[in-house]
Design a protein around this ligand. Structure first.
Ligand SMILES: C[S@@+](CC[C@H](N)C(=O)[O-])C[C@H]1O[C@@H](n2cnc3c(N)ncnc32)[C@H](O)[C@@H]1O
Length: 210
């Protein structure tokens, strides 16, 4: 991989595919929300997994939602994702509307993280989970090595540089502080890693989603 931008895009695309596969592995039907969806790449990948998955994307930016709607209509899936303008702490959905909520690289932007996460709790059905992925400022040596093996050392170098200096201040310590906030309503809260990214996994009490 000689072009570092192409390399970075390949890392991102591979990651969205991994998340979409994980969604389908835990949920074969129902409503799934991607919050802070940006141009809506993840809901498109989720919708492609199954006609029985209804993907939604919400973002505070009307421009991003316009772009997401445009790419969805260009692709023309039968179960095209539905996109809405919405702030994470006041989403335009009914209580318990979603079986699963995901989010990629948006959490570090949220002005009030506990309010955002508690809003996700509100829109999740009992037993539903929120998977909140964000950049990891200091990925483990093992995650760095795997990245270089999968995408080549130039793409890996560029992606890590981007993590370190451009995109985020999210560290494991910061993520733990967010999860330990006593005002959070979620009954189960875990911090995991997913390659070079952090995953905050939260679960609302109730039967499992599958
Ligand atoms: C770095 S982009 C990530 C976009 C997309 N999830 C991705 O992986 O490409 C962060 C997105 O979060 C959105 N965002 C930031 N703050 C938000 C908030 N408070 N509520 C909803 N969306 C928000 C931004 O508008 C932006 O589209």
């Amino acid at each position: 991989m000689h072009n570092p931008i192409k390399g970075l895009n390949a890392v991102r695309d591979g990651f969205y595919q991994e998340v979409a596969d994980a969604v389908y592995a835990s949920l074969t039907r129902g409503n799934v929300l991607d919050v802070g969806t940006g141009r809506g790449l993840l809901p498109l990948k989720i919708a492609e997994k199954s006609i029985h998955l209804k993907a939604y994307g919400a973002d505070v930016s009307p421009k991003a939602i316009e772009a997401a709607r445009a790419s969805a209509s260009k692709i023309g899936l039968a179960n095209a994702p539905h996109f809405d303008v919405g702030e994470v702490s006041s989403l335009p959905y009914e209580d318990e509307f979603f079986a699963l909520v995901v989010s990629t690289f948006s959490l570090h932007h949220w002005p009030d993280k506990a309010a955002g996460l508690n809003e996700l709790y509100r829109v999740l059905e009992p037993g539903g989970e929120a998977w909140i992925y964000d950049h990891w400022r200091d990925p483990s040596p093992e995650a760095r090595r795997k990245l270089a093996r999968d995408f080549g050392s130039l793409a890996a170098w560029f992606a890590l540089l981007h993590l370190r200096f451009v995109s985020s201040v999210m560290t494991e310590e910061r993520a733990r502080i967010i999860l330990d906030d006593p005002s959070l309503k979620f009954q189960e809260k875990r911090l995991e890693t997913c390659g070079i990214f952090l995953l905050l996994r939260l679960k609302k009490a109730g039967a499992d989603i599958n």
